[in-house]
Design a binder for this molecule. Structure first.
Ligand code: FAD
Length: 446
């Protein structure tokens, strides 16, 4: 690798070549998985470069291509699967300083922004104009737009808008190819599909176009029930009603007990639903919850975001909060079949009490479903494999949270669009190598 020459050629850029920052910018939040830690902890970039413009991204891409140096893009580094970890060293290209809004159409709500824009900052910019991002991970405050599109999957908003890869959630990408003479291409929604959730393995984004939604003054609500069964069926009833709901999370009582309280008072005991609901939905929810034998225990507007937010007890923040006091907990990601209670019972019968149930309501392929992020005390790799097999046997679709490749953390199958995009935009295979199994295995031929 011509690393010395590469750095010398671009000496005007902001390089990091040693010290704790080099380590820090080579890692992300893979620590949630005891399997990923030993695999990814030793990985370190030879160089990190912090680009401040598309022109600098082009220079870095060209130099890496000329010298045959691996190049791994990075946003805020909050991914859980080691998405931004350079498996083969080389250069980590930090795009978090690319933070311009390029274009916003206030009539349609279509937004084009640079990849380093933080999601919450985008919402702060959109809010006075009456718009908001459709989807955001629970890392809303810290995650970048580019990192979410390349590394994320779903989050708050998924109960209305579905998963990130659902058609309509990504409208275009400006991509810099990794070639000796990089091209800057404007991809439309169809062409951008192959770069959506491909872990930045098939080109470097310098702008992303997404739809936004009319702004709502979402209300944070916590509902508590006597039984998990009544909480789950109420969650299903609410999301099937004509009520605007942007997030709905189920936490079994043992998990609620482990969550930090949002206000001064401790949480009541019970199985919980954590909700983001439109103001007009709140009176309905108040009357319906009483009839269902539940209790409304917390109510606050989400905006302006201050202190700990309700969404920071949801999605993978539930895992974060549990692990803050019990780091031996890990989790798995699974799409549950209906009826969920039969599924949960099948797992409970085999391992009574092992899984602590955390579910999120999402729309998947137009249907309302529960996706589970159950937590459990880590019992080793063999136990995880047994659990994965049991989740699948009971009808679940496991998105393995302990895997390194796009495919193994996703549907398990190679996506030909992603591989074709890599062939077109990264023909030498330098971009985030080792993350796209369909490329490294040669599963899809030209
Ligand atoms: P990074 O981690 O920096 O990168 C993610 C991927 O994007 C990497 O593969 C990287 O190479 C690629 N990338 C970054 N910038 C570019 C670029 N300019 N061009 C090409 N590729 C690029 N995820 C969810 O989907 N939903 C959740 O609700 C959610 N909750 C989370 C909660 C916690 C507590 C944690 C730790 C993580 C959570 N995540 C969640 C995972 C992660 O936070 C999100 O996916 C987030 O959007 C990643 O953004 P980032 O800026 O940190 O990206």
């Amino acid at each position: 690798m011509g690393l010395v020459e590469l750095k010398a050629e671009l000496s005007q850029l902001d390089w990091i070549d040693q010290g704790p920052l080099l380590q820090q910018l080579s890692h992300d939040q893979f620590g949630f998985s005891p399997l990923l830690v030993p695999r990814l902890q030793p990985c370190c970039a030879d160089l990190v470069v912090r680009a401040t413009s598309t022109a600098e991204v082009i220079q870095v891409a060209a130099a890496c291509a000329r010298h045959g140096v691996p190049l791994t893009p990075r946003g805020a580094g909050t991914g859980n699967y080691g998405q931004a970890v350079p498996l083969e060293g080389g250069v980590v290209l930090d795009t978090s300083a690319l933070q311009q809004v390029r274009h916003f159409d206030a009539a349609s709500g279509v937004l084009t922004a640079e990849p380093g824009c933080r999601l919450l900052e985008l919402d702060r910019w959109l809010q006075p104009q009456g718009w908001a991002l459709r989807l955001a991970p629970s890392t809303w405050r810290t995650a970048s737009l580019g990192g979410f599109i390349a590394g994320g999957s779903s989050g708050v908003g998924s109960v209305r808008w579905g998963l990130l890869r659902d058609p309509g959630n990504l409208l275009g990408i400006e991509v810099v190819t990794v070639e000796p003479e990089p091209r800057v291409l404007q991809l439309d929604a169809a062409a951008a599909r192959g770069l959506n959730h491909a872990y930045g393995s098939n080109g470097i984004f310098t702008a992303v176009t997404v739809p936004t939604a009319p702004w709502q003054d979402w209300q944070e609500l916590l509902l508590v029930f006597e039984t998990a069964s009544s909480a789950l069926s109420f969650g299903e009833q609410l999301t099937a009603a004509a009520l605007e709901i942007d997030g709905l999370c189920f936490l079994e009582r043992r998990l609620l007990e482990r969550m930090p309280a949002l206000g001064d008072a401790a949480w009541p005991q019970g199985d919980a639903l954590l909700l983001l609901a439109a103001p007009a939905a709140v009176p309905w929810i108040e009357s319906l919850v009483q009839a269902a034998g539940g209790q409304l225990c917390w109510h606050r507007p989400q905006w302006p975001p201050r202190g700990l937010l309700l969404r920071e007890l949801c999605w993978n923040h539930t895992t974060l909060q549990v692990r803050a006091n019990a780091p031996d907990f890990s989790y798995q990601l699974v799409l549950l079949p209906d009826p969920v209670e039969l599924f949960m019972e099948a797992i409970e019968q085999r391992w009574p009490g092992w899984l602590h149930w955390h579910l999120e309501r999402v729309r998947q392929g137009g249907r309302l479903r529960w996706v589970g992020l159950p937590l459990f005390r880590w019992r080793g790799e063999a136990a995880l494999e047994e659990l994965n097999a049991a989740l699948k046997a009971a009808g679940g679709l496991v998105f393995n949270a302990h895997a390194i490749t796009v495919e193994d953390g996703g549907l398990g199958v190679v996506d030909a669009d992603q591989v074709a995009a890599k062939r077109a935009y990264d023909p030498a295979g330098l971009c985030n190598p080792g993350k796209l199994r369909g490329w490294s295995s040669g599963a899809v031929q030209a």
